[in-house]
Write a new protein. Structure first.
Length: 170
């Protein structure tokens, strides 16, 4: 384990840190989100995995070694967790949307005079396309937010030193 950044040399400060705790927590959070329906079930799953969950303005997790990690540090703030749980719930319960899309496609196809055999094949391909789009959306939502660990030194504004006025001492 490295020392705090303030005690490291400039070269070592620029190196990215790989924290195994945060990586493991990220994987556990991702699995818990995909297996839960609401925030209470998410909390129970996290507790069963050995993490204590603290809900306040944000969310934080305490592991078995009493290390506290904020959800925003690992790319899963409370708001994002709630959004993903709500999206998954809506996705699982709202199958009517997919039925309406299929009905519209069949109505368009029948209006254009396409035969029934090709229409069935088109319905299958439409369903596959919708499933593919939904899976890509879920995967994009389940990725953690990318948080840069250090600001690029070129982007930082350097403080200007003020010139002190010299007074004449009499």
């Amino acid at each position: 384990m490295l020392s705090p950044k303030r005690y490291l040399s400039k070269e070592q400060r620029l190196l990215p840190r790989n924290d195994e705790r945060k990586k493991a927590l990220t994987l556990v959070i991702r699995n818990a989100i995909s297996n839960s329906k609401d925030i209470d079930q998410f909390t129970r799953i996290m507790q069963s995995k050995g993490y204590k969950v603290i809900n306040g303005r944000g969310i934080s997790f305490i592991d078995d070694k009493k290390v506290k990690i904020k959800g925003s540090e690992v790319g899963y703030p409370l708001q994002k967790i709630e959004q993903r749980l709500e999206f998954q719930h809506r996705l699982k319960t709202d199958h009517e949307f997919f039925k309406q899309v299929n009905e519209r496609k069949t109505v368009r196809a029948s209006a254009q005079g396409i035969s029934c055999a090709s229409n069935k094949d088109e319905n299958v391909s439409i369903k596959d396309q919708i499933k593919h789009d939904v899976s890509e959306t879920i995967n994009a939502l389940l990725k953690p937010e990318q948080i840069p660990e250090q600001i690029n030194s070129k982007l930082l504004v350097k403080k200007k030193e003020r010139k002190k006025k010299q007074r004449l001492n009499l």
